[in-house]
Design a protein around this ligand. Structure first.
Ligand code: IVH
Length: 672
């Protein structure tokens, strides 16, 4: 028995350790299979010795069946909300306000961190064990959802004491944070819900809320929830100096903290630049963020500042511009893509979303139209995130008047009239005619676009005429165009025709990455094309690659691998790329950033780079014929941005200087 007890304890320790490595540090030491074996062994031993099962055992995360209702949980200290700011001036006012309150005009150090769009939660640890987990409720009393919270694998059931000279966890720790669902997990959850005829969740926040409030924790356990801690309620032990120090400590105790994104800023300009930066890279976070939270870093200052009725004076939520707006669908029509896919597009009453005027949104396919029951004339919620095409999220049914018109994707191509077909396993309808002018137009448009062969001066109107006059049916035809051919087009001056011939010829000098992208292989965007070019180095090797080989590449998933193999197994596609190469297309012997990307260019750096020293980066630039300057000006070509960028980022943004993140910068160096 003693031996079993020992083994159980050892297994629990190991599992806790590996949980922490996997979920909190994102740096696992063992394989999933190895983890499962340890977990299995513990489950077996606990089955044999049920007396030894304790509530904090890793096997006890998912409890028994449902409960009737949640009981109340009173917070020892109220859970406040945050004051909001929407523009730079609001941040400056916040800083001025708190300095007035302190009666001291000296600079204040702030932290800036992403504002996670989830639900606030409190975790109470007594003598290092999780005793209560509760929602915010009205700020004073929330709901006791301890059993559900225990199913979230990133929430430790016991706090660990740091090794070395970190401080031990005090008797009482009330950690506060945000529970959320990652964007991809949310999409996946909605897909399965739709398959089972269940209504989808409107957004990840609702999905997280719905999952946490399940009376049956077994349901919560199946939902991919996650948590970041961002503060504390009551906490024992000696006081901390700064918010940042407190966050480091929470992480050492095993709580999950959004560490790399908590930036300490010495000036207000840095605070503003950091908020802007988070907004700029907002769509790259795997979870939704709706703002940045600015906090006074010194905790003694926080204490002096105290709170107003519902929010602290020492923090401000800088809210990003929304990515969703409502507007009306004027009409729906069909766009035929370069692969023949018929995509229904909603034409909208123009609406500004996140600083961009949106007039069109994709409805994806007929299934989506039916699932969402979208009709012409409907008032809809439209979403725009990053560079992706705006989409209709849902219909606001309460605004229906009865005059809305249903829409059905046609059974014939609206451009060439050919029949359409659904391929096996696909939801989109495709035009079957390879000579469909719409398909030709889209593939030519793609081929000449900036990220592809970058042929300047070949716009929509000219492409349409080239197709109409039978001068171009596929991209390779472009290289056979002569000045006299172009002169046949309407309204084209000699000079433009000459320039265009030159631009077409010049485009033959390109990079492998751009060429791969230009081929228009489904699911191979610019980024993936860059990865493939780096990996294979020449087209022949890519053409011969198997799915297994492709799947070995970081950043290539099954959908992409399948699409590449199927593209090159089609003889006409191979013929097409060979014909292009015969036209004299040449690849510069560089990565996808282009030859001489550094030579003659002036670089400025801000923030710390993680994989290269600044002095080394400088040397590399100089060696490639580039220049390095210490401040951003009109002659700066690139600002290289590392961790915790300074005010140069703001200046660069104001002057429209292109920003290179570390990875892109390294690629540029590597490409030389
Ligand atoms: S600090 C006194 N930090 O935003 C309140 N809140 O609108 C201290 N939130 O209720 C909150 N991310 O649920 C803080 N990094 C973050 C946050 C964050 C999300 C939520 C939190 C709060 C709400 C206020």
């Amino acid at each position: 028995m003693e031996k079993t007890k020992e083994e159980i304890q050892e297994l629990r320790e190991k599992l806790r350790h590996h949980n922490h490595r996997y979920y909190v540090l994102d740096d696992p030491e063992i394989s999933d299979a190895e983890y499962d074996r340890l977990f299995q062994r513990l489950t077996e031993l606990e089955k044999q010795a049920p007396d030894l099962v304790t509530p904090d055992s890793p096997t006890q995360r998912v409890g028994a069946g449902p409960q009737a209702a949640f009981s109340e949980a009173r917070h020892r200290l109220p859970m406040l909300s945050l004051g909001n700011g929407f523009q730079d001036q609001d941040i400056r006012d916040f800083d001025a306000r708190l300095k007035r309150f302190l009666g001291d005009d000296s600079p204040v150090e702030y932290t800036v961190e992403p504002k996670i769009d989830g639900l606030a939660l409190e975790l109470v640890y007594e003598n290092a064990g999780l005793t209560v987990g509760s929602t915010r409720g009205d700020g004073y009393v929330g709901e006791d959802i301890t059993r559900n919270i225990k199913t979230i694998l990133t929430v430790p059931l016991t706090l660990t004491n740091p090794k070395g000279h970190g401080r031990p966890a005090p008797d009482l720790v009330e950690a506060r944070g945000e529970v959320y669902m990652e964007k991809e997990a949310f999409e996946q959850l909605n897909r399965t819900r739709l398959e089972r005829n269940l209504p989808p969740f409107a957004n990840p926040r609702n999905a997280a809320a719905g999952s946490l409030r399940q009376l049956d924790p077994r349901i919560t356990a199946r939902r991919p929830l996650n948590m970041f801690c961002y503060g504390v309620g009551e906490i024992g032990g000696a006081p901390f100096d700064t918010h940042h120090e407190l966050m480091v400590c929470l992480q050492q105790w095993g709580l999950r903290v959004n560490r790399p994104h908590i930036r300490v800023c010495g000036t207000l300009d840095e605070v503003i630049a950091c908020c802007r930066y988070f907004e700029e890279i907002r769509s790259q976070f795997p979870y939704e963020i709706d703002g940045a939270v600015i906090k006074v870093n010194q905790l003694n200052l926080q204490a002096r500042l105290g709170q107003k009725s519902r929010s602290p004076r020492w923090a401000l939520a800088y809210k990003f511009r929304p990515t969703q707006e409502t507007t009306r669908i004027i009409k729906i029509d069909i766009q035929v893509g370069r692969t023949g896919a018929l995509t229904p597009v909603a034409h909208l009453e123009p609406v500004e979303i996140g600083g961009v005027m949106v007039k069109r949104a994709t409805l994806h396919n007929q299934d989506e139209i039916e699932k969402k029951d979208v009709r012409e004339g409907d008032i809809v919620l439209v979403q725009r995130a990053g560079d992706v095409i705006p989409e209709v999220v849902q219909v606001i049914r309460s605004k229906r008047t009865g005059a809305e018109r249903k829409f059905a994707v046609p059974t014939h191509c609206p451009v060439c009239g050919s029949g359409v077909e659904k391929r096996e396993g696909e939801v989109v309808l495709r035009c079957l005619n390879p000579n469909c002018p719409a398909q030709i137009k889209q593939s030519l448009k793609h081929f000449v676009s900036k990220g592809a062969m970058d042929i300047d001066g070949l716009g929509n109107k000219l492409i349409e005429q080239l197709i109409e006059k039978g001068l171009a049916k596929e991209p390779a035809d472009l290289y056979e165009l002569r000045f006299d051919d172009l002169k046949k087009l309407d309204k084209i001056a000699d000079k433009s025709a000459g320039n265009l011939v030159e631009a077409i010829q010049n485009s033959k000098r390109t990079t492998l990455a751009k060429f791969i992208y230009a081929l228009g292989i489904r699911h191979v965007g610019e980024h993936v094309a860059g990865i493939l070019a780096d990996y294979f180095g020449d087209l022949g090797r890519l053409e011969e690659a198997t799915e297994e080989q492709l799947l070995d590449i970081d950043g290539v998933g099954p959908q992409i691998a399948e699409s590449i193999v199927s593209y090159f197994s089609d003889g006409s596609n191979r013929e097409h790329s060979e014909r292009l190469l015969r036209q004299g297309i040449q690849f510069e012997t560089v990565g996808h950033t282009g030859a001489g990307a550094v030579a003659g260019k002036t670089f400025v750096m801000t923030g710390s780079l993680s994989s290269i020293k600044r002095s080394e980066a400088k040397e590399q630039i100089l060696r490639r014929g580039g220049k390095v300057s210490s401040s951003v000006s009109r002659s700066t070509d690139y600002l290289v941005v590392g961790e915790s960028p300074g005010s140069k980022l703001k200046k660069a943004a104001e002057m429209d200087v292109p920003i290179l993140k570390e990875e892109a910068f390294l690629r540029m160096l590597g490409g030389e």
